[in-house]
Design a protein around this ligand. Structure first.
Ligand SMILES: [Zn+2]
Ligand SMILES: [Zn+2]
Length: 243
């Protein structure tokens, strides 16, 4: 295993240098980000593109777009998921997938801060404890970092909460969930996770990058309920029902 890098320090350092080394441009219209209301290193895109592309109402339970500002969509009212609330930045529309890909596979850690800033604006009543979805050590070694841990630390700065990254444990290496059938996803995750130790609070939030069918977080919710979690929220960059 490679030594763990302090994710909070690395993200801050990269964010500091990001704006100094590269001229930061909006990924949609390519205009300079220097004039954004939050500053170049904190912005995902320019204010105009944000207003044009990301102003969706999202269901506060499943995170999928809804037509008006209803808290829960009809599907969540009739079949509630295993968690209580899910907060996402926006619908999974361009350029969010490209930004998520860069964050996850191209080591663009510095995106953690603008992601966290934008996501924190969606979150109501923040959980005092953030639990990043763990990677198996083998995938962590291949990738070099766990993107959910970086996101959790950046979120903790905005929400004034704590990150606990040693309670959820992935003790079985699993194939990527992407592209698997529903049944294959279920058996792929069987006995993949465990809980170590006690929860510091009965209100926790699981932090993940993108939630697709929700089976990974559902499995974690079941484990967390067994050890006393009463309110479980999901904080993610986006929710998509696409496999
Ligand atoms: Zn723009
Ligand atoms: Zn819903």
């Amino acid at each position: 295993m490679i030594p763990a890098i302090n994710p909070r320090r690395l993200t801050r350092w990269l964010t500091h240098w990001r704006g100094k080394i590269l001229p930061l441009q909006c990924p949609v219209c390519h205009l300079s980000l220097a004039t954004t209301s939050v500053g170049a290193t904190q912005a995902l895109c320019c204010d105009a593109c944000w207003d044009a592309h990301y102003q969706y109402h999202l269901c506060q339970c499943c995170g999928l777009p809804v037509t008006d500002s209803q808290a829960r969509c009809g599907a969540c009212l009739s079949h509630p998921p295993a968690w209580d609330h899910l907060f996402a930045i926006s619908a999974y529309h361009d350029p969010l997938p490209q930004l998520v890909h860069a964050f996850k596979y191209q080591q663009a850690f510095e995106l953690a801060l603008p992601f966290a800033r934008q996501l924190s604006e969606r979150i109501l009543h923040p959980a005092p404890v953030l639990l990043p979805v763990p990677l198996h050590w083998r995938r962590r070694w291949q990738r070099g970092f766990n993107q959910s841990v970086h996101l959790a630390w950046a979120l903790a700065d905005h929400l004034d909460t704590q990150v606990v990254d040693n309670v959820l444990v992935r003790h079985r290496h699993t194939a990527p969930q992407q592209g698997l059938s529903r049944q294959a996803r279920l058996s792929n995750l069987k006995h993949a996770f465990a809980i170590r130790g006690e929860l510091p609070s009965s209100h926790v939030a699981i932090v993940d990058d993108v939630v697709t069918t929700g089976q990974t977080v559902s499995q974690l919710c079941r484990l967390l309920r067994r050890v006393g979690a009463e309110t479980i929220d999901i904080y993610c960059l986006a929710r998509t029902d696409l496999p």
